[in-house]
Design a protein. Structure first.
Length: 242
């Protein structure tokens, strides 16, 4: 948000500055809302948790290839196993805090869907979830609220439903990923915005859902694994060189 330094200027000039800043803010907000609406349009479809799919044994070689290319024949296999395990956690919230503390000694992220959800369907501004038997758990329409930072590290779009019975599905906090860009989705959902914005504290600590289209083909599986390995290994190599 812009601030205006106090100066001795004519009243009309102050008014002009205020109107200009207000118009800029409105345009910026309108642009964000358009981006948020476009995101929901670009992710239409039904999704399941990502990592249980892509860490199946039949995809081991796809994990190995980029890791060996980046780390060499000796370190590559260990890097592949480390990356596969990093996001296959099954605990979050207080249980994860008790296990990992502040995360300085390593963590295993829980990237599953929580609160009894097995599949999620995005249909424009309508989001619904079903359990393992295909029974609908929730279905609500959502409107864009604002951008939100996850612990100052990741920026996403916050959506809210007006339905009073939404409970732990009141808010959806979507990262800008789409199947067309990064081959998967990343998001959180819950009942409290402040908690959703925390990384290693609160009821959603160490949880960030990762979703994959239920109708994904083998090429998309290869693409998402390769991207995940290359991005994470590049970060690790950069940290090692620093």
């Amino acid at each position: 948000m812009k601030t205006i330094t106090k100066k001795l200027v004519p009243f009309m000039l102050v008014l002009a500055l205020l109107v200009s800043c207000s118009a800029f803010g409105m345009a910026e907000a309108t642009g964000e809302a358009a981006e948020a609406a476009a995101l929901l349009e670009n992710i239409k479809g039904t999704y399941e948790p990502l990592f249980p799919v892509i860490t199946k044994p039949e995809y081991d070689q796809i994990w190995l290839d980029p890791c060996v290319a980046a780390m060499g024949e000796e370190a590559g296999p260990m890097a592949a196993e480390m990356l596969k395990a990093a996001c296959n956690g099954t605990i979050y919230g207080q249980e994860a805090i008790d296990a990992y503390g502040d995360g300085s000694n390593g963590v295993q992220f829980d990237c599953l869907f929580i609160n009894g959800i097995s599949t999620l369907t995005f249909d424009g501004n309508k989001i619904s979830g079903a359990d393992g038997n295909g029974n609908q758990v929730f279905s609500h329409e959502y409107t864009y609220v604002s951008k939100l930072l996850l612990a100052g590290m990741m920026e996403g779009y916050l959506y809210e439903t007006a339905d009073e019975d939404a409970g732990e599905f009141k808010y959806f906090y979507m990262m800008p990923d789409t199947p067309a860009t990064t081959y998967h989705l990343e998001f959180r959902y819950g009942s409290n915005v402040d908690d959703l914005a925390k990384y290693n504290e609160g009821p959603y600590a160490y949880w960030l859902a990762a979703a994959f289209p239920v109708d994904a083909n083998e090429e998309m599986i290869k693409n998402v694994i390769t991207l995940f390995c290359e991005e994470n290994l590049a970060e690790e190599q950069a940290e090692g060189a620093a």
